[in-house]
Design a binder for this molecule. Structure first.
Ligand SMILES: Cc1cc2nc3c(=O)[nH]c(=O)nc-3n(C[C@H](O)[C@H](O)[C@H](O)COP(=O)(O)OP(=O)(O)OC[C@H]3O[C@@H](n4cnc5c(N)ncnc54)[C@H](O)[C@@H]3O)c2cc1C
Length: 265
């Protein structure tokens, strides 16, 4: 066997059995939800693990132009990851919706622009074609909050999760939040059986050099939230650190919050 296989040439070895939490999925369609938010729908043989529980996955991105070599099951439930030229990049994403009837998973990919820097996750969504396969690891982390009252703080990367929570909460759940997006064209309708009130912030309108707008707005609102409200926060790393400190100071119970950074500058 020639171990040095060329671009997208399938290596002549038996396909390994995938670990139970690695799911091969096939792109069935792509559509722009907003100018910067690209939805990719994937067909998945078994969507059951993605229903009702944890919301997040790791997208497994093989090196460009390489035939994918997916991780194999190792000892004691661990994963054996391919190395060297077959090394895989991981990026975290949210399952925005599960279409049980069609056997599909939706992921919304923000097309963020990092000047002169590759953005493999965003680029994958932009470049992938219908019929192509990729693998997802998970689901893991990010349960639906059980509270009857939820306060959201997030940016575009959090919007898929906020939208999914809003769509799945029981009728009567009271929700409010502050969400930062590029401009009004990035706002999305957030259908829910609960009651949801969102303050949208538009980054495009900030003064040159104006910073901390999301975090300042969020800190005021968090301070006013009562102790039984579930506080859900996901945005940039430094902003998250500040909000975490605010929440710690007011002794908000850890079980009543989800505070996670979704990207870093
Ligand atoms: C649990 C979890 C769930 C997530 N769910 C989603 C989701 O559903 N949809 C989604 O789009 N993202 C989501 N994210 C965020 C996403 O994983 C990050 O934005 C990630 O950095 C994108 O990878 P990339 O390869 O495109 O860019 P990277 O290679 O990670 O970063 C390249 C450059 O882009 C910059 N960058 C990264 N993200 C942003 C951003 N949002 N705005 C400006 N610059 C940025 C980085 O600072 C870096 O300079 C989630 C993150 C987590 C942890």
């Amino acid at each position: 066997m020639n171990s040095c296989h060329s671009v997208l040439e399938k290596p002549a070895r038996q396909a390994p059995i995938l670990p139970a939490n690695v799911h091969l999925v096939t792109v069935v369609s792509k559509e722009l939800v907003t100018p910067l938010m690209l939805r990719v729908k994937f067909a998945c043989a078994n969507v059951a693990p993605f229903i009702g529980g944890e919301m997040h996955v790791r997208l497994l991105l093989p090196q460009r132009g390489r035939y994918p070599v997916w991780p194999e099951a190792g000892e004691n439930g661990s994963l054996k990851w391919p190395k060297g030229e077959d090394e895989i990049l991981l990026r975290a994403y949210t399952i925005r919706a599960v279409d049980e009837a069609r056997g599909e998973l939706w992921i919304d990919f923000l097309q963020h622009t990092a000047c002169g820097v590759a953005t493999p996750g965003a680029d994958f969504a932009r470049d992938v074609g219908v019929g192509e396969q990729v693998a997802l690891l998970g689901p893991g982390s990010g349960h639906l909050p059980q509270s009857r009252s939820i306060f959201f703080v997030g940016d575009e990367t959090a919007l898929p999760a906020i939208a999914r929570i809003a769509a799945e909460v029981p009728a009567g759940t009271r929700m409010s939040g502050v969400i930062e997006v590029f401009d009004e064209t990035e706002e999305q309708p957030l259908p829910t059986r609960g009651l949801l009130n969102v303050e949208w912030l538009h980054r495009r309108k900030y003064q040159a050099g104006e910073k901390r707008v999301l975090i300042n707005a969020a800190r005021k609102l968090v301070a006013a939230a009562d102790n039984t409200t579930f506080i859900w926060v996901a945005c940039e790393k430094n902003d998250v650190r500040e909000l975490r400190a605010t929440l710690k100071k007011r002794e908000h119970r850890p079980e009543d919050m989800y505070v996670a950074w979704y990207w870093s500058r």
